[in-house]
Design a protein around this ligand. Structure first.
Ligand SMILES: Cc1ncc(C[n+]2csc(CCOP(=O)(O)OP(=O)(O)O)c2C)c(N)n1
Length: 262
């Protein structure tokens, strides 16, 4: 009989601390399913961000390290260089990556480091109470922009499209943007993640998947409003799809999209 649903071995069966409607839990599940499918759990290391996903090591049942805020690409660089046969996943929020850690990530991508980054873009600083991030949309309210982000106001600027920035660099091989606000988007995101992880296992270079992720608590919405907001407001600014793919033809067909756990 074909199993259609099960609990991934790599995901600990404990209650989540994440807020209702938060996308981090869905993303943890996708990572766990794929690590199980690729049968590489004993050789997987995650560098956790500072941000809400600082909790990731509670849930993901493989090795992890907790670098300082924004410094996960530096830690992932060192780990991947020393343990090239390991699957190294650099997990970052948008504050972690697109603000305090921008330099780390740009240089890691430019050097073509061989780890995979999962960049969780929820358009705000979640853990610290909803401050404006570089990815905050124009007009979006934040605790530090109560009237909404206004590029005309000194210091506020425009939403930063980090994936497109990194795609300009010759060192990056595969960059895609997915979302976890609907089953269809989750399935597509899973395919991008699988392609990136398989490319890493084959030693093909720097790979990154950005994931648009709801943050109802800091957006001041209920979970249903938040998933709709991703479709209506975020995706027009951060379009979904493969942004760069210079992997050899035929690499990473994306695998199963059914979420079947071994
Ligand atoms: C050096 C340093 N500066 C600032 C902070 C405070 N801080 C903790 S989490 C965070 C922002 C996290 O936002 P993001 O990366 O978007 O992740 P999210 O919580 O939204 O998932 C900040 C500024 C810190 N812990 N360390």
């Amino acid at each position: 009989m074909k199993q259609l649903y099960g609990h991934p071995k790599s995901l600990r069966p404990i209650p989540t601390k994440y807020c209702g409607g938060c996308g981090h839990g869905v993303i943890h599940r996708l990572i766990s399913e794929l690590v199980d499918e690729l049968a590489i759990r004993e050789k997987t290391i995650v560098t956790n961000p500072v941000g809400c996903a600082i909790w990731a090591d509670l849930y993901l049942d493989f090795d992890s390290v907790q670098p300082a805020h924004g410094r996960t690409p530096a830690a992932a660089t060192g780990i991947k260089r020393v343990l090239p046969d390991h699957l190294v996943i650099c997990y970052q929020g948008d504050g972690d990556m697109a603000a305090i850690g921008t330099a780390e990530m740009i240089h890691a991508a430019n050097r073509g480091e061989g780890f995979t980054t999962i960049f969780v873009n929820n358009a705000i600083y979640g853990m610290t109470g909803g401050q404006m991030a570089p990815t905050t949309l124009v007009g979006q309210q934040a605790s530090t922009a109560p009237q909404g982000r206004d590029p005309g106001k000194a210091g506020m600027g425009y939403p930063m499209r980090v994936s497109e920035l990194l795609a300009c660099l010759e060192g990056s091989r595969y960059i895609a943007r997915g979302a976890v606000n609907s089953p269809a988007h989750v399935r597509k995101t899973r395919q991008y993640l699988r392609k990136a992880l398989e490319a890493q296992i084959r030693g093909l270079g720097f790979t990154l998947v950005e994931i648009l992720s709801p943050c109802p608590t800091n957006w001041g919405m209920d979970p249903v409003q938040a998933v709709t907001w991703v479709d209506e407001q975020m995706i027009p600014v951060f379009p979904l799809g493969e942004i760069k793919n210079t992997l050899p033809p035929g690499s990473g067909k994306g695998g199963s999209s059914e979420g079947v756990s071994p």
